[in-house]
Design a protein around this ligand. Structure first.
Ligand code: GLY
Length: 405
């Protein structure tokens, strides 16, 4: 009964809020929300018609939609997008769907053989808790943080990203690989400490962020993709790439994860060194001589075939969302961060990158890159590009409302 009441209050509050927003909203934001509502609405219709709970990720080479299971690192993004769509539209019909798609991946909370439980659970259950305050989501978040904590390796002081006992990761000679993407998983740990008062999650997150800050960056502000540690001595064994062009190249999504991840660490801890790193990596991307005019990066800023190299829309949408967050944390650079993020969103909303209604497997954005070295998901829609695009729209809307009020 308490849960039901909380859900009903959430619906009513969102509905009132939304009525006001629709009247006053920036037409650019409103148009993007309307498009997302229709496009993702079509994806939802397909899922509901199937009688199953499907979790769309990307398009397969034959043009059909690839649906993942809950162990896939991308399984939280579609449920998370439905939460953002609910928040952006206030459409109460989306609430039980967001809840259903979220509950369907609940088992991911026990995953301890990779680090991605943070992405999975924060995007889905984290948004569910934020928007409904429903207690049932809380336990899942805390259990997931416990799973992630089992991967903490005290000697190097980091969370191990990948296991090295099977698959292609076992062929690289690594002992304890940490990828920059792991910074995104720390949000789960900060959240778990806030929810429980147990500081052990927070301490692991800070240890991981500090060691990553010390080891994973180059003097120019760009980051390596993979740093491999010696489990006995804690020393760095290798600085490599897995998804970038070369060990010394700047893989764009890695830069995006670094910007976003260190910005969120500053938001959670108030430690200025994290914000400085986020800013430095952003400046590296912004000032990069090959950054295209439309601010949608090449998949790797050192790709040998620039200017013909593929772009990666997922990097652009993640950077846009991170910059809106950073604009609330850094008053000195706030307007330049917002302007840059606005320019990215204008590009992503253009026909160059935003799909036509009913096309693109009902994903919002086209032209992302999963992994060129693995020849996987090359120039396709990806559900995380859509997720960070919706998050960026929501953050932009929040910022504009703050100015009005
Ligand atoms: N976290 C995996 C990727 O960015 O492709």
């Amino acid at each position: 009964m308490k849960n039901l009441t909380t859900f009903m209050c959430a619906i009513l509050l969102t509905a009132c809020h939304t009525h006001k927003q629709v009247e006053e909203q920036d037409p650019f934001i409103q148009e993007n929300i309307s498009f997302a509502q229709e496009q993702l609405g079509n994806a939802i219709k397909t899922i509901e018609a199937s009688g199953k709970i499907l979790n769309p990720v990307t398009l397969k080479p034959d043009g059909s939609v690839f649906y993942c299971d809950m162990t896939d690192w991308r399984s939280g993004f579609f449920p998370g997008s439905v939460w953002y769509l609910y928040e952006l539209t206030g459409d109460s019909a989306l609430l039980p769907l967001a809840d259903k798609y979220t509950e369907a991946i609940k088992g991911a909370k026990d995953l301890n053989w990779h680090h991605d439980v943070g992405f999975i659970i924060e995007c889905s259950f984290g948004n569910g808790l934020r928007l409904t305050k429903n207690e049932k989501y809380k336990d899942v978040i805390v259990d997931a943080a416990r799973s992630l904590s089992t991967r903490f390796r005290p000697v190097p002081g980091i969370i191990q990203s990948w296991n090295v006992d099977k698959g292609w990761q076992s062929e690289r000679g690594w002992e304890c690989p940490v990828i920059i993407d792991n910074m995104m998983n720390l949000e789960l740990l900060f959240n778990a400490t806030r929810l429980t008062g147990d500081s052990s999650f927070y301490k692991i997150a800070v240890s991981h962020a500090d060691r990553t800050l010390a080891e994973q960056f180059r003097p120019d502000g760009s980051c390596y993709h993979v740093v491999d540690y010696d489990l006995k001595t804690g020393k760095v064994r290798n600085r490599h790439t897995a998804q970038g062009y070369s060990h010394e190249s700047a893989w764009s999504r890695g830069q995006a994860w670094a910007i976003y991840g260190f910005a969120l660490c500053y938001r959670e801890t108030g430690e200025k060194k994290y914000l400085d790193q986020a800013g430095k990596t952003f400046q590296f991307m912004k000032n990069h001589p090959v950054m295209p005019e439309d601010l949608v990066p090449y998949w790797d800023m050192d790709a040998p075939d620039i200017p013909d190299a593929l772009r990666d829309v997922s990097s652009a949408s993640c950077i846009a969302s991170a910059l809106y967050m950073m604009s609330t944390l850094d008053t000195v650079n706030a307007s330049s961060y917002r302007n840059y993020a606005d320019r990215i969103l204008v590009s992503l909303s253009s026909p160059d990158y935003r799909a036509k209604l009913g096309e693109n497997g009902n994903f919002i954005l086209m032209h992302s890159v999963g992994s060129i070295p693995h020849q996987a998901e090359v120039d396709v829609p990806l559900n995380y590009a859509d997720y960070y695009f919706l998050e960026a729209l929501k953050r932009k809307r929040d910022l504009e409302e703050t100015v009005k009020n």
